[in-house]
Design a protein. Structure first.
Length: 188
């Protein structure tokens, strides 16, 4: 079992703060206070906010890869694995209602800022896109696999955005059911 280092704690705390407050509104002091270290100790690990951002994106990429691997191993079929992706909206509903989608909010903010790391952040969506595409390929939709992957991604982002806007759990459950129904109809 890997022990948590101060650097790891900084990254995990920054990840949560970037999600809850946004990248731009999170300061060094916010992160240092959350980890309960001095600013000097903080600077020992990270010299700039951009360094922290790169570490947070790498952390999110790693977590996403592990989640996709888990879904790949646990799902008996591509259909079940795609459902795991769709159901993440339900699993994370309380957080999504408060803060939106962690991937969508970060990429949107970095794009608005025209931040140099926006391409790195987009890699998280690309992981989802390629994984979903491989599931649709396995289901036999090779000619439409990327379009279907993008449909599921865009639909889930829309659901997350509106869940955050309206805080309406019934809406999210309804939309997840519709997306699952769409997926089931593809199989026919």
């Amino acid at each position: 079992m890997k022990s948590t280092t101060t650097r790891d704690e900084i990254i995990e705390s920054a990840d949560q703060l970037f999600y809850k407050k946004g990248f731009e509104k999170t300061s060094f002091s916010d992160i240092a206070n959350k980890v309960n270290i001095s600013r000097g100790n903080f600077y020992h690990h990270f010299k700039s906010k951009d360094e922290i951002l790169s570490a947070v994106i790498a952390y999110r990429l790693e977590k996403t890869e592990k989640m996709l691997e888990t879904w790949q191993l646990k799902g008996k079929s591509p259909f079940e694995r795609i459902q795991s992706f769709i159901h993440i909206l339900i699993v994370n509903l309380s957080k999504i209602k408060l803060y939106g989608c962690p991937v969508g909010t970060l990429t949107t903010e970095l794009n608005k800022l025209q931040h140099s790391s926006r391409g790195e952040a987009t890699q998280i969506f690309s992981l989802f896109r390629e994984w979903l595409k491989s599931q649709f390929n396995e289901l036999g939709f090779k000619n439409h696999a990327d379009n279907y992957a993008m449909h599921v991604l865009s639909r889930s982002q829309g659901i997350a955005t509106l869940a955050n806007t309206y805080h309406d759990e019934e809406f999210v459950h309804y939309e997840v059911k519709l997306l699952i129904h769409w997926l089931q109809n593809l199989k026919k």
